[in-house]
Design a protein around this ligand. Sequence first.
Ligand code: ADP
Ligand code: MG
Length: 586
Amino acid sequence: MSQTPPQTGAHLIASSLVDLGVDVIFGIVGIPVIEVAEACIAAGIRFISFRNEQAASYAASAYGYMTGKPGVCLVVGGPGVLHAMAGIGNSQINATFPLLLLAGAAPTTDSATKLSFQQLDQVSLLAPHTKLSLRPASLSQIPTTIRDAYRASFYGRPGATYVDLPADYIQTPLGDACLGSNACVAAVEAPPKVLADPTRISAIAAALKGARNPLIIIGKGAAYARAEDAVRGFVEETQIPFLPTPQGKGVIPDSHVLNTSAARSSALKGADFILLLGARVNWILHFGTRFAKGVKIAQVDIVAEELGRNGTDSGMSVVGDIDAVLSQLLPELRGYRHPESSSWRKMLQQTHERNLVKAKAKEQAVTRRGDRLSYQRVFRLIEDGLLAKAGSPDGLVYVSEGANTMDISRSIFSISSPRQRLDAGTYATMGVGLGYAIAASIAYPEKRVIAIEGDSALGFSLAEIETMARYRMPVVIVVMNNGGVYHGISDNTDSYGGEWEKDSRRQQGRLPSTALGFETEYHKVAEGLGARGHRVTDEEGLRKAVEAAWEYKEGPTLINVVIKSGAGGALSFGWLEKKEEGGKAK
Ligand code: ADP
Ligand code: MG
């Protein structure tokens, strides 16, 4: 007679996650967490099994950003946790990527010095780098501990939390003590929306009305806050020009007439009042050094400590949720409208349009026979090909990484919906792309995910193509192959076509640090991993490959686009340093 195995701690972990509404877990199993993953799968949770914990942890955190509730990652202890620390750091620094990491741990009965299997004091290790790092005090404390960590990761500023899952808890049959009232946890409500100090709201409204050159900067905090309706409504009502940060793109469609993206330097330099919605004054905003002297900045952030970073506070900044704060601010501005005829608006619009025309010229320059494709031309052909199929950018989600690849593609692909463009983010983390693309495929099953990858960036998590293939995710991966990091192996020469073999530096074993295998057949690697692969060197080949990739919906396609070796440039922080008004990149 078969007996059903007793319910164990693994089941308690799974049922706690079900109670919290977790529907997908990203991770890699091994002893002792395999039982946890199996219990989760049996309980109806999807388990997405990766090839490296780093990619899994990135994916979980991005899932948190896209869905607004914590992404969950499950790994083994010791080395699994060390690899997943990449995701912990990335979650914390991005301030909008809630992540709950769960990891196996040595049994609680083992001494700390026993040298148990993969033993590591993970709670202490992660405590300084997370919002909360916990070990349940007993088996029966598992549900409440998981709930507390889940809750902490998205209450307040989103970030990473951690829970240790000791092997003995996982394997122990549940006694009556665990099956009592402790066994269930109530779902955690979404965090309440914080309203701002009303006196400061009045001060912002007054300053805004008195400003000649007002500007709204839209950060990824606004995207995470799901404030798109409020932000769009506010811009429509007030007619104030806006500038999105890289991941703030899409909160208002790029095509909006008040978008000043292509006049970024002028907007930052000329504004006398800035309403800063969910963006930190960090390197992405040049620490505020490019703002005009005397500019008044009203910052809206969910964290008080964030206000006035790098000396930018004007005594008007508020703590609050962007959606809620705009609902307070809008009534105070009733009747106010920034005039369409203002010299500020005209200047920005003209600069924006002039620069767009200049940029378009590069995109539209047809590649001459025998020449290598340029970044700009490749991106133009890809967008045209995708839009011809999708009809509108709404159905497309872009992930992009790699210094030049991310930088140049950012201004070419048009984003029309929030949270549909992910990039290397606040840490400029390369290697996030494939994990993010996997997360996006799950978060947006009805949309098509396009990963635009530098050849270097791709390499960090290349094996995750197999993950995509296994789950039949129709991600389109485009590799901009210039033979390395930044400008690749050479400065001016085109090493394609045999020259690479003869490159004297290669023969002498003295390649520059930026060099990577120029003729690496990424498309064949992808085929070996279960994807479809294409290698293209010209426009016609690219058009056909994009079309074929679109039509193939049973799994990923990788398009290896061989561009000129040396294309791109050394690190210049591209869009950060570029003066778009005719100036040279520094
Ligand atoms: P970007 O990368 O777009 O420049 P940052 O990551 O620097 O943006 O800033 C995002 C900010 O958004 C963080 O300071 C974070 O605290 C804030 N934030 C997150 N959620 C909310 C919210 N609901 N309301 C207001 N601010 C938020
Ligand atoms: Mg490269």
